[in-house]
Write a protein that binds this ligand. Structure first.
Ligand code: DQA
Length: 139
């Protein structure tokens, strides 16, 4: 059974309540429950933190044994050399995802410290971005 983890960064615990015009009105917990049911042949896991170091700790913890990491580092995408370095340091492939199309938004969201070290990037498809990433790991 493939072991995959979704790692979400800061403020993504507020999905469903936060800027719903951009991020939609569904909570991540509801979305994740549906995903787990649909893909029950995958050992799918989930971690969220608002703290940069905790995200790095989790990437290091799973990065030598899991088959895939689906990472939405949220605002840290645009600022964190530490998360970029963590991805470089591990063996598990990482797919960078974003709910919104960051390239159609403010200039500071065009910069990513994740992309260069990721296997691929999926953005702009709403919560479906996560499912597309998951599919790329299982097909
Ligand atoms: C985001 C885009 C980021 O720019 C933003 O800081 C987020 C969410 C997205 O999923 O669209 O918090 O990663």
């Amino acid at each position: 059974m493939k072991k995959i983890i979704i790692i979400n960064g800061p403020n993504l615990n507020l999905l469903g309540k936060r800027e719903t015009d951009i991020y939609g009105s569904k909570s991540f917990q509801d979305f994740y429950t549906g995903l787990k049911d649909k893909y029950d042949s995958i050992d799918l896991n989930y971690f969220q933190s608002n703290i940069e170091g905790e995200l790095i700790d989790k990437i290091q913890e799973v990065g030598f044994s899991y088959d895939g990491i689906i990472l939405n580092a949220a605002a840290y995408t645009h600022t964190s050399v530490g998360i970029g370095d963590a991805i470089k340091a591990i063996q598990t492939p990482v797919i960078e995802v974003h709910i919104s199309n960051t390239y159609s938004r403010e200039e500071f969201r065009h910069q990513s410290y994740i992309s260069a070290n990721a296997k691929g990037v999926i953005l702009g498809f709403g919560l479906q971005s996560y499912e597309l990433a998951l599919n790329s790991f299982i097909s």
